[in-house]
Design a protein around this ligand. Sequence first.
Ligand code: FAQ
Length: 320
Amino acid sequence: MIVDWEAEFQRTIDADSRIEPRDHMPESYRATLIRQIAQHAHSEIIGMQPEGNWITRAPSLKRKAILMAKVQDEAGHGLYLYSAAETLGVSRDQLIELLHTGRQKYSSIFNYPTLTWADIGAVGWLVDGAAICNQVPLCRCSYGPYARGMVRICKEESFHQRQGFEILRVLSAGTAAQHAMAQDAVDRWWWPAIMMFGPTDDESTHSQQSMTWGIKRFSNDELRQRFIDMTVPQADALDLTLPDPALRWNDERGHYDFGPIDWAEFWQVVNGDGPCNRQRLAQRVAAHAEGAWVRDAATAYAAKRADPGAGQAGSSTAAA
Ligand code: FAQ
């Protein structure tokens, strides 16, 4: 029997079932997934830097422990996502090489600096908040390994968002200087967080096709609006102001209206010329080089466990 693989793929998509690694898939579907999942994985790993910047300066032992756990979670997310991408036939080494040579992107948001402790609150509240809005629909992505990875990631992101909110709540209700520090952080992170959702729908090159394939379930603008609608009441609860004078409820639309986004800034950051692009990439490349001995040791250890007899002669551990 001749199976029409293209039709089988389309039937799976139409039935809202999952495509699994061994299923036939069009090359363009595979390439789109590799691009998006890799960009997502790189974002998690580069995203460790702005927050890692505050681990040594967290204001208490408790805050330090929470922040360390959060940064470790981001590393874990990166690893799940690289593993999901590997099921599509690329290796983690290849993807890391593409990141390090600037041929694959990571999220624009991580090219902004974390200047004060309040920035850690703003990153948790706004950046993780935006990430959740974008990522919850990805739990229903048509590609099984990505969708399953996202379920766990979203649970952890939800904790991250709450810890950011809580940092800002304490600062906002604190001294005048603490409140001002929280407000300043929100003023700097609001617009970059809004930009995380990507270009407007008419400028988005991949959205239409990705939505047809069930990779993306909502467009960039739909998710951006959802995030704004969700965040405005939270800002009120925090007694903080979002830095957009045009922000107001529109009864007719049933959504908040918002002011113009500076797309020139977005593309400048995406194209490598944001406040921290060079620093982020240089640190990532250096960390990878400094970790080479760990990878070598882990590989040697795995080989030894797989074949305990190999290399025993002359080995000091064998003699011990
Ligand atoms: N930054 O056609 P579209 C996190 C690029 S994880 C940089 O609309 P698409 C957790 C796009 O790649 C944050 N580039 O693209 C955390 C494309 O260029 P290309 C990451 C961007 O893929 C929190 C071009 O523009 N999340 O925050 C951005 O359909 C705290 C045209 O765009 C994900 O990756 C951007 N913001 O939609 C960690 C989620 N936006 O590839 C640590 C998964 C667009 O043709 C601390 N990804 N571009 O050269 C997605 O949902 C989608 O890929 C979008 C973009 C929505 C990001």
